[in-house]
Design a binder for this molecule. Structure first.
Ligand SMILES: Nc1ncnc2c1ncn2[C@@H]1O[C@H](COP(=O)(O)OP(=O)(O)OP(=O)(O)O)[C@@H](O)[C@H]1O
Length: 916
């Protein structure tokens, strides 16, 4: 046998197994160079200790060896069956049959990697082997019938359950490998479950408990129902059975789409499933070979209750919930709870009492209709969930004193969803399902590996079995921990294209084949005794054959009576139990720490997810706000640009206007225009002022033009008025002389005033005979000056005479011109500029011809005459008013002299001169 190839003892070490189990993974990671591998990898439960139905004394480790007091535990190893499905016609046509699955005998399978497989590629690089040998409890080839499988794998389980044991059967394999077919069957080939139900009811014929007042609840408890509760249960049961009658016709079944209730996910249910076709099987119970067998306890009645639920995407759904049938889009998720002892159970799960295989079949069909199926690339009707069908059997034994004695047992059949490659799922929903399926299956694998580790390495630290890591392992936990036993059917598809996946599934099952069942909860006494045996063995140096001891123990275990033990042995047992308690405590602490760690890591994940979400939202918000404000800024810039460009235009226009105005202003002669106020008027005012200025400017320009023309005209006229000859120069010379004369006269008057003052003071001095000589001299000088003045005056008068004559002549010429001008048309500005007689008179250039007196030469008046006005006959000295009107300083002096009696009358200058 090829077994000796890798392990001479037939049982590979842990390391070897683990390497073998994970070799594909390592290969995928591009494993480094390894030592040369044997040609075939052998993964086997240890064939030299291969479980045999007949062997009861196995060299297995103490502590976990005994199955139960009932003596039904013929074997401790977990039974693992392999079923190879036949290739379909289509698959054959595709050339899937490449001989990669080779059944060597009914327990050994040889897998040969096909050319195209990943395994072959890695094998070619020397990383792994291309052939793998596996051993199973029994192998069922493609030609094996459902009946054969049932006989081997399930029949005994049904019996055990009716005896009060708990049993689990689950199928494991790649998608499209025949798991559902194995459990449920197709057409006349009914699967294990319908066969088991049929068998169960055949065995219970006449032993069924008809009332519905006892119902299984929680983990494995029974509750007495009140009459109203019984009615409710009846209604529920009847409605479900009725629902089955309303199902669409078989084969022609419709396809409905419903929501899984989780995040709006949808799946497709095809109602035309294998179950529909298998209906008739239940009606033919004769096909079951176990009919007629009956070894049930005397007087015991049985009440059968069933439940059906699925684990879909790590959520539990009740497949027998009437509300979910009515509202398939809003399925209620179920919760997992623990009872007081910490046993997990599905809370609020529907349990329906059934009284026949037919009813059970109907219930199964109703539940199946609610199950999640979908079409995948490998299977058109692929189960997307793990479905769990449980049958609870209430053993009711009437007792004389205490009414009824109750016991409960359970048969659970689990159709696991198929493992598959996620990357091949194009649909996102299918990908998610595949992920969840693979995760839960991986957890199941880890649990089984940990259980195996703990069973095989009792001295090494125990590993925590991660039952809590998935819902699947939690609900199945009891079957791995002494609540019952489990069997596994591994389904494989011999198609070459899925060889790699098949290899992985077989590696997983290879670990399960190495499992032994945990101690039954019923066999605590045996367990304690097995613990007791340990110290006894240690302390015993005797050469007693172990097998013999075991024989003794076996008998003790089977008796299970601890009162037969002596005190010392019991004390030892207590010590052992104490140690066990401590061990359990440590284990629990480790478990708790692990749970806490997981909770923390999950929380951290959630928090980090929230953080990521928040930062993402923050970024989005920031981007939005930035965008919004950039828009606003752009708008603002646009508007400001527009506004300022308009403003600039206005300014430019203003500047243009102002510069034009300035230019005009600078060009204009008139500079007297007021400067613009530094604090300018408002724009409108400025504009109006500008328009005014413009208007004025144009007017001004017109005026200027006119002025220029008029000035030119005037110059012409002046030129015309210019009298040729010396009259002009004479006039000006006369004017100059006149001015000079007037100046002299003013000077003289001032002198005379001074002289008058001096005279007064001289008279006063004469009285006192002082300063007489000086006065005389002054008078002489004054006389001389006067004489000069007289002469000048005469000259002036002559000049004036000449000028007047000249002027008279000019006036005549002017009159002639005026007469001529009056004939010309009048003009505004010209009117003002025209020389009129009035204007000439104003400027002193016109002398009235008629005023002869004026034109006469001025009469020469002597200086003293003007100084002392001549007395007219009308003027009397005695007229005081007249005197006061002509008061001068000198006249005052004279008057004072005249008034004084001794004084002489007023002398004229000559007389005065003579006198002195
Ligand atoms: N032993 C068998 N004999 C004949 N046909 C079989 C057998 N096993 C499986 N089949 C057929 O193979 C196909 C796939 O089987 P099935 O649906 O049971 O696979 P599965 O493993 O349950 O897939 P999934 O995990 O995707 O639900 C079905 O058409 C089924 O009828």
């Amino acid at each position: 046998m090829a077994l000796s190839l890798s392990s001479p003892c037939g049982c590979p070490s842990d390391e070897e197994e683990e390497m073998a189990v994970f070799e594909s993974t390592a290969a995928e990671l591009g494993g480094l160079a390894r030592p040369r591998l044997p040609e075939i990898s052998v993964i086997s439960p240890g064939l030299d200790t291969k479980p045999s139905i007949t062997e009861s004394k196995l060299a297995v480790k103490p502590g976990l060896v005994r199955q139960g007091s009932g003596g039904e535990g013929h074997t401790e190893k977990v039974m693992v069956y392999l079923r190879i499905r036949p290739l379909s016609e289509l698959e054959r046509e595709r050339g899937e049959e490449q001989g990669c699955v080779d059944v060597q005998d009914e327990e050994t399978l040889l897998l040969k990697a096909p050319k195209e497989s990943q395994n072959m590629k890695t094998a070619e690089r020397g990383i792994t082997q291309s052939m793998h040998k596996f051993s199973f409890s029994k192998i069922f080839g493609p030609e094996a019938t459902q009946q054969q499988l049932y006989e081997c794998a399930m029949k005994k389980m049904v019996k055990d359950v009716l005896k009060g044991e708990n049993r689990l059967l689950y199928t494991y394999g790649v998608t499209n490998s025949g798991k559902t077919y194995t459990i449920q069957g197709s057409g006349r080939e009914a699967g294990l479950l319908p066969r088991a139900l049929s068998s169960l009811f055949r065995k219970l014929q006449g032993r069924l408990y008809g009332a519905m007042d006892l119902k299984p609840v929680m983990y494995q408890d029974v509750r007495q129902l009140q009459p109203n509760e019984v009615r409710v249960e009846e209604i529920r049961r009847n409605s479900l059975l009725k629902e089955d009658e309303n199902l669409p016709s078989r084969r022609g079944g419709t396809t409905t789409v419903w929501d899984s209730g989780v995040g709006g996910l949808s799946s497709t249910i095809s109602v035309s499933t294998q179950l529909e076709d298998a209906d008739s099987v239940c009606l033919e119970p004769d096909s079951l070979s176990d009919s007629g067998e009956n070894d049930l306890a005397e007087g015991t009645q049985f009440s059968i209750w069933v439940s059906f639920y699925e684990i879909y995407n790590e959520f539990l759904y009740d497949l027998l919930d009437a509300s979910s049938s009515l509202q398939p889009r809003k399925r209620v998720t179920l919760r997992l709870s623990d009872d007081k002892q910490g046993n997990p159970y599905v809370k609020d799960l529907t349990w329906i009492q059934i009284r026949s295989a037919e009813e059970a079949w109907k219930i199964l069909r109703v539940g199946h209709r609610n199950q999640s199926f979908a079409s995948t690339h490998l299977n058109q009707n692929s189960s997307r969930s793990h479905s769990i069908f449980s049958i609870r059997v209430l053993h009711i034994r009437p007792e004389k004193d205490s009414g009824q004695a109750m016991h409960i047992s359970e048969l659970t059949v689990c159709d696991l969803a198929g493992s598959e490659r996620c990357k091949e799922q194009r649909n996102g929903e299918r990908m998610k399902e595949a992920n969840n399926i693979n995760t839960s299956l991986l957890t199941l694998g880890r649990c089984i590996a940990a259980l195996r580790h703990n069973q095989n390495n009792r001295t090494r630290p125990l590993q925590v079995v991660p039952f809590r890591d998935s819902k699947l392992t939690r609900v199945l936990q009891g079957f791995f921990c002494g609540r019952g036993t489990s069997s596994m059917v591994v389904n494989i598809n011999p198609c070459a294209s899925i060889y790699d996946e098949t290899l992985q599934a077989l590696k997983f099952s290879a670990i399960a084949t190495q499992l032994v069942h945990g101690p039954s909860t019923k066999t605590r006494v045996a367990y304690i005794l097995s613990l007791l045996r340990k110290p006894t063995e240690k302390g015993n140096e005797s050469t007693v054959n172990e097998d013999e001891e075991e024989d003794e123990d076996e008998s003790d275990v089977e008796d299970g009576d601890i009162t037969m033990l002596n005190t010392e042995a019991l004390l030892q047992a207590i010590d052992v139990l104490k140690r066990e308690v401590r061990r359990q405590q440590v284990e629990k602490e480790v478990l708790e720490a692990n749970v806490r760690e997981q909770v923390v890591s999950e929380m951290m994940e959630v928090i980090s997810g929230m953080q990521d979400d928040f930062s993402e939202r923050l970024d989005t918000e920031r981007a939005l706000i930035e965008e919004r404000y950039e828009d606003k800024i752009a708008n603002l810039q646009k508007h400001l640009k527009k506004f300022y460009s308009e403003e600039l235009k206005d300014r430019d226009q203003e500047i243009e206007a102002l510069s034009a105005a300035l230019e005009k202003k600078a060009a204009s002669v008139d500079t007297s225009e007021p400067q613009a106020d530094s604090v300018g008027p408002r724009r409108s005012q400025r504009l109006s002022a500008q328009s005014d200025v413009g208007r004025l400017r144009t007017e001004l320009n017109q005026c200027r033009v006119e002025l220029v023309s008029k000035t030119q005209e005037l110059i012409k006229l002046k030129m015309q008025l210019e009298v040729p000859g010396s009259a002009g120069s004479l006039t000006s010379a006369a004017d100059r002389k006149l001015e000079e004369g007037q100046r002299n006269l003013r000077q003289l008057r001032l002198d005379l005033q001074r002289l008058g003052m001096d005279l007064q003071s001289g008279e006063r001095a004469c009285c006192r005979n002082t300063g007489g000589e000086r006065l005389r001299q002054a008078l002489t000088t004054a006389d001389e000056t006067l004489a000069k003045q007289d002469q000048i005056l005469v000259e002036l008068q002559n000049g004036l005479m000449l000028v007047k004559a000249d002027l008279r002549r000019k006036a005549e010429t002017l009159a002639q011109r005026e007469a001529l001008q009056s004939q010309l048309p009048p003009s505004g500005f010209g009117a003002t500029a025209t020389t009129t007689p009035g204007s000439c008179k104003k400027r002193g250039c016109g002398i009235p011809v008629t005023n002869d007196t004026e034109n006469r030469p001025p009469h020469k008046r002597p200086f003293f005459q003007s100084l002392f006005p001549a007395r007219t006959p009308t003027r009397k000295y005695n007229t005081r008013a007249a005197e006061e009107a002509n008061v001068t300083p000198y006249s005052q002096i004279l008057r004072s002299r005249q008034q004084s009696p001794p004084r002489s009358p007023v002398p004229n200058p000559r007389s005065l001169r003579g006198k002195y």
